[in-house]
Design a binder for this molecule. Structure first.
Ligand SMILES: [Fe+2]
Length: 196
């Protein structure tokens, strides 16, 4: 299946981020518009993902995520082996672009992220620079000492090694995520978190 409407919408959102690495990611997504995505098995979180994608106040790109659901490889986080087992049940990730992803890149990572209603992803950090942009639902975000709400269209940028954590709102949330810089997972680590 060709998912060019979704890739184009995600590229537009990414290109709006005022960073050169975001523009590079958007260009890679646009160049891969004709990538053929094979059908994928559903994730245990698929009902929640589809629910969030259909929320009336979601970003228009979220509807495209819902329509493309059958062809998106929703999986454990690439960092799952470095996380507590309980964390695997609360989130699901699609890696669209990166080493070994449907759209190959050895320098950038890009994908989709879903976190289940009311769940908490405790403080963690990594060497890669990261940006999340919410597509649907809501979250309470923490980036270093700053705590703030995010809803569809909102974003959070994390420079290398900045501690961050997310508590999903009552409908969960759906987001796009982007990594650049050192995109290896070796530096990924959970941090002590009194909220956990
Ligand atoms: Fe992160």
């Amino acid at each position: 299946m060709i998912l060019s409407p979704l890739l184009s919408a995600l590229a537009d959102l990414t290109a709006a981020e005022p960073r050169p690495e975001a523009l590079t990611t958007a260009r890679l997504l646009r160049a891969a518009a004709e990538t053929d995505f094979p059908p994928q098995p559903a994730s245990s979180l698929s009902p929640g993902i589809l629910h969030a994608a259909a929320l009336p106040d979601a970003h228009p790109a979220a509807r495209l995520v819902g329509e493309a659901h059958t062809w998106l490889p929703w999986q454990d986080s690439p960092a799952a082996a470095l996380q507590p087992t309980a964390l695997r049940a609360i989130k699901s990730i699609v890696t669209l672009l990166g080493p070994g992803a449907p759209i190959p890149s050895h320098t950038h990572l890009f994908g989709l992220f879903y976190q289940a209603p009311g769940s908490y992803y405790p403080l963690h950090a990594h060497e890669a620079a990261e940006t999340y942009i919410l597509l649907a639902g809501s979250a309470e975000w923490q980036a270093a000492d700053r705590r703030f709400p995010l809803s569809a269209g909102g974003s959070s940028h994390h420079p290398p090694n900045l501690p961050h954590a997310m508590r999903a709102g009552p409908e969960g949330f759906l987001a796009l995520w982007r990594w650049s810089g050192d995109i290896a997972f070796d530096s990924y680590r959970m941090l002590p978190d009194p909220q956990a």
